[in-house]
Design a protein around this ligand. Structure first.
Ligand code: FAD
Length: 429
């Protein structure tokens, strides 16, 4: 059949995937391995810059599922074994190998341009077709889904598929085209970030962990420092716009001014030089009316995005790819599938776990937990599991009943802090 918009015949595949980022590449690989015909439409050419450079160990599960573990392990990315936090001189670190949930305990800190290209190239080597420089323009899901695409010669053509996976990240193609967007219940926040030649000489600095620092006077402002294997770091600051906009100057000046307000970070980065132009993302949290139907599913950032503070984005993106493919294979093999039960509800277990801790980070309750002195080792392992990305493990009480358990833990930490204060006061007396 001829496509009415162009002279090209309409193409047919089992699944069309919009976007070749982590969720698109993993989903494409998993479907191809099961013998399904897949085409990935990617509007950019790789490598392209993307933010989201600190991975969590749980995402190695999905990289392994997709047969990409060797490629990732051998790529020379910065090894990562945990997360460190600093606030007003207090330092707390979490070793991801010492966690409650079984599974990978280490991962990498990656330049996303290289990482995303590696995943996409590995999927292509496995046989997946990726069309770079092609952009999805419209979709019609009234009957069998049909996607209209503009190729790299500005010609349009159509692909008919049994199913669409939207892995378009912040492009949010289907939420926009199908009017699925709803406002996030998280306040709007702004991130300013860049890469630096870090020139860090402090021998105590742990390059194998992301460092999250909290502004000494305003707990709602935090910074990430993500070391790479090439002597550079990704550095960024996150805050509500009102806490950033009053600072005069360019984005770089705003970022440097905020870094200079955190004494430990200022000292650590005293010889750093900016290696690329600062970028800004505003109002990144996103929500949708529906994550999936029997015609499409939203993966990764095309669906929900919470907040960067616990580096959960790529892990959620890959988990969504794995879960959507598992569900889709049943549908493609003739089973009737309830997408809410099979995809949305299980995916939201982890998303909502992260949501509990993100909200409690900003209202500072979770900061009290992170910086608690002498934490109970068993509880620390459970919290560590979540920080390592195992937010779907409902045998972990801090996943199964995240809000209630967290409230109890916060009270315990406050009580402990009061006892410490009293005993310190007694020592002084
Ligand atoms: P993406 O990686 O964004 O890929 C989407 C692809 O779709 C792109 O390549 C794009 O070109 C393509 N596309 C878009 N529109 C179209 C179209 N119309 N047609 C064809 N192709 C299209 N996550 C972490 O895990 N760790 C972190 O440290 C972290 N830090 C973050 C910091 C900030 C400030 C922000 C905002 C996010 C951060 N994230 C982090 C989240 C992370 O960036 C995302 O969760 C992750 O990139 C999502 O992957 P994805 O596969 O869903 O989409």
């Amino acid at each position: 059949m001829l496509n009415p918009l162009s002279s090209q015949p309409q193409q047919h595949v089992d699944v069309i995937i919009i976007g070749a980022g982590p969720s698109g590449a993993i989903a494409a690989s998993l479907l191809h391995q099961q013998g399904k015909s897949v085409v990935v439409i990617e509007k950019q050419y790789f490598p392209r810059f993307s933010i989201g450079e600190s991975l969590l160990p749980h995402c190695m599960t999905f990289i392994e599922e997709a047969g990409m573990l060797d490629a990732v392990n051998q790529a020379g990315f910065q090894f990562k074994n945990g997360a460190a936090f600093r606030k007003n001189g207090h330092y707390q670190s979490f070793d991801f190998t010492d966690k409650f949930t079984a599974g990978h305990g280490t991962t990498f800190q990656v330049q996303r341009g290289d990482f995303d290209k590696l995943l996409a190239d590995t999927a292509a080597k496995q046989g997946v077709e990726i069309r770079y420089g092609h952009t999805v323009l419209t979709v019609d899901i009234d009957e069998q889904p049909v996607v209209t695409i503009e190729d790299n010669n500005q010609e349009t053509y159509q692909v008919k598929a049994q199913y669409i996976l939207d892995a378009s990240g912040f492009g949010r193609v289907l939420p926009k085209l199908l009017d699925l967007e709803t406002p996030s219940n998280l306040p709007s926040r702004t991130a300013i970030f860049t890469h630096i030649n870090d020139n860090i000489s402090d021998s105590e600095f742990d390059r194998e962990k992301i460092l999250i620092s909290v502004h000494p006077k305003c707990s709602a402002i935090w910074y990430w420092l993500i070391p790479f294997s090439n002597g550079r770091c990704s550095i960024g600051v996150v805050a509500e716009p009102r806490l950033i906009e009053h600072i005069k100057g360019s984005n770089e000046q705003k970022l440097l001014e905020l870094i200079s307000q955190e004494p430990d970070l200022k000292r650590l980065l005293s010889h750093a030089t900016v290696a690329q132009e600062c970028a800004v993302i505003k109002g990144y949290s996103a929500n949708v009316k529906t994550l999936a139907t029997n015609k499409f599913a939203l993966l990764g950032n095309a669906g929900e995005f919470l907040d960067p503070v616990f580096s959960s984005g790529v892990t959620i993106a890959m988990k969504s790819a794995s879960l959507a493919v598992e569900t889709l294979l049943k549908q493609l093999n003739g089973e009737t599938v309830d997408w809410d039960k099979a995809y949305t509800e299980p995916l939201m277990v982890g998303v909502n776990t992260f949501r509990t801790y993100v909200e409690a980070w900003y209202d500072t309750r979770f900061q009290q937990v992170i910086f608690a002195e002498d934490p109970n080792p068993k509880i620390k392992q459970m919290i560590c599991s979540i920080l390592a990305g195992y937010a779907w493990d409902e045998t972990n009480p801090f996943v199964a009943e995240s809000s209630r358990r967290l409230s109890t833990l916060v009270k315990m930490c406050q009580h402990q802090a009061e006892l410490t204060l009293v005993s310190n006061a007694e020592e002084v007396v």
